[in-house]
Design a protein around this ligand. Structure first.
Ligand SMILES: Nc1ncnc2c1ncn2[C@@H]1O[C@H](COP(=O)(O)OP(=O)(O)OP(=O)(O)O)[C@@H](O)[C@H]1O
Length: 523
């Protein structure tokens, strides 16, 4: 190949020299050069080079490629092993392997009784933070035990104290026979290093608790609870708060953190059964169920049909609902839910005090984008009028059928006007969702309970009047905090509409906490 190219190039030089010495004119010279065989050869070489450029060159030697693979990881390994932290790790390994560490423990005495229990000496450095453990006294023996270790607290981080460990000494003071208050007193007066002698709990439970998230349905304040084992370790929460329960091993007192996690240390909260028994004592706030049965302050109008001027007697199916107990629990387990694109949209429910603009916002949203938002078609017993079409304006049904539907809990809300019945059925809501639209309704708070199902996964938005309006209208909000997902202030109508659109978009497309039963796969 090399000699071929140099031959071609030398014939180029020879031909050009000859042409110059023959003293011929330019046109003839050009003609001769263009028809020269070496030009053909040069063009072929050029084509080959272009082709070569496009192809990956193969290694010159058959074993060169393998060699390049071998060299690169070797170099990388060498640089990893010579990095300071790996060097330190290797050095620690060597020290441990040769037992080259301090302090050197004295040899064990020759005669240790077989029943001698292993004692653990625990040294903790306590600054201003609490120890993060509670103690209890065994009334029969007078022994003091570690009752619980608070997750994320000082004792937990040391991994040296565990529930059930028998406390023998604190800073050289024997504790056997002391009252827990006296031990707490010794601890409270100790600063800096605290030395515990404990006999470890032989049946130490494994610490592999599963984390569950719960929404608080009630308020709780440890300082008002005389039964809490350690008020300082307690965690206050309000209804609607999200709690990450990290330990449920004690049937009465759980450990939890508030989400989003502000602190790494958990706090004590009463277990669900404990709160239920407290409920009987009536010291904690009434759950939502009780609040919702008297929705004072909410709208009075019943407008399941177009004309809003009617004032109708509005009823709901709460009293006959099969699902009335769902909110009577003090905690509701929740999971983070992201709607898969193929799943129906979540039902959007607007709630708010009478006259706050709930209906106005709902109507505007549907008018603005009828292909996305839609209201359910109501049922009525009145007769069809000119221009109306069955299943478009209303589902026109007989009084018997309407009453049958009432008895079968098919209506979210229903009412009477001028002797005729009107109602919004769950089937009508389902129809909208099945069509791929976002169903948007306004409802009384006590009707929401019927809609809190896996099928509808309702997203409840509270419409609030601007600050200048009366306080009384917002009282309803406090009763609803556990089921509310968002709050919208309806001041400027246009701004409120835009904000409502963005809240709804988020509700449909972003992860949200929902009751765990809504997220479970179908049985
Ligand atoms: N942001 C707003 N600015 C001015 N007027 C408003 C605003 N929001 C609503 N309105 C008006 O207030 C009146 C009451 O609104 P709307 O009918 O929506 O109340 P509601 O909350 O549904 O209560 P109700 O059930 O008692 O009718 C309507 O005339 C509506 O046009």
């Amino acid at each position: 190949m090399c000699s071929g190219v140099s031959e071609v190039l030398s014939s180029v030089v020879k031909d050009v020299d000859q042409a110059v010495s023959r003293n011929i004119n330019g046109a003839q010279l050009l003609h001769e050069l263009l028809s020269a065989p070496w030009l053909c050869a040069l063009l072929k070489i050029y084509e080959c080079l272009l082709k070569f450029q496009r192809l990956t060159p193969s290694p010159v030697l058959p074993y060169a490629a393998g060699l390049s693979h071998e060299v690169s990881p070797a170099r990388e390994l060498c640089s990893l092993l010579s990095s300071p932290h790996i060097q330190a790790l290797l050095s620690s390994h060597d020290s441990v392997a040769q037992s080259d560490y301090e302090p050197v423990l004295p040899p064990l005495p020759d005669e240790i009784p077989e029943d001698e229990e292993a004692m653990r000496i625990v040294c903790l450095v306590k600054n201003n933070q609490p120890l993060g453990a509670t103690i209890r006294k065994d009334e029969a023996t007078g022994d003091i035990y570690i009752a619980r270790v608070i997750h994320g607290g000082l004792a937990d981080r040391s991994a040296l104290l565990h529930p059930g460990d028998l406390l023998v000494e604190v800073n050289g003071n024997p504790v056997v026979g002391l009252e827990p208050e006296q031990v707490i007193h010794i601890l409270a007066n100790s600063q800096g290093t605290i030395l515990f002698k404990v006999i470890p709990n032989p049946s130490q439970a494994s610490n592999s608790q599963t984390l569950v998230c719960m929404r608080a349905m009630v308020d709780y304040c440890p300082l008002q609870d005389s039964s809490i084992p350690c008020p300082d370790a307690g965690m206050a929460f309000s209804r609607g708060d999200l709690l990450q329960v990290v330990d449920q091993s004690d049937g009465q007192w759980w450990q939890a953190r508030k989400l989003p996690c502000a602190t790494s240390c958990a706090g004590l909260i009463p277990s669900a059964s404990m709160l239920k028994s407290k409920q009987r004592e009536q010291w904690w706030c009434q759950p939502l169920q009780c609040s919702l049965t008297s929705p004072a302050g909410f709208r009075r109008s019943f407008r399941v049909w177009k004309r809003t001027s009617y004032r109708k007697r509005r009823q709901s199916c709460t009293t006959c609902s099969p699902n009335t107990n769902a909110l009577s629990t003090p905690y509701e387990e929740v999971v983070l839910y992201q709607r898969p694109p193929q799943e129906n949209h979540r039902l959007i429910i607007l709630v708010g005090a009478s006259g706050v603009g709930v209906n106005e916002l709902r109507k505007r949203l549907i008018k603005l984008n009828p292909s996305t938002f839609q209201g359910p078609v109501p049922h009525t017993t009145r007769s069809i009028r000119a221009g109306e079409q069955n299943d478009r304006e209303y589902h026109f049904v007989t009084k018997e059928l309407f009453e049958y539907m009432v008895c079968n809990h098919r209506f979210v809300e229903y009412g009477e006007s001028k002797g005729q019945l009107y109602g919004i059925s769950t089937d009508a809501i389902d129809e909208v969702l099945k069509r791929g639209r976002m169903c948007i309704i306004d409802a009384e708070p006590h009707s929401i309970q019927l809609l809190r199902t896996k099928k509808f996964k309702p997203y409840v938005i509270f419409i609030k009047p601007p600050k200048r309006e009366t306080k009384q209208k917002n009282e309803c909000y406090l009763k609803l905090t556990v089921i509310l997902m968002s709050v919208l202030v309806n001041d400027d109508l246009q701004d409120a509409c835009i904000e409502l659109c963005s809240i709804i978009q988020q509700a449909q497309d972003e992860p949200q906490w929902i009751p765990v039963s809504w997220g479970r796969a179908e049985d």
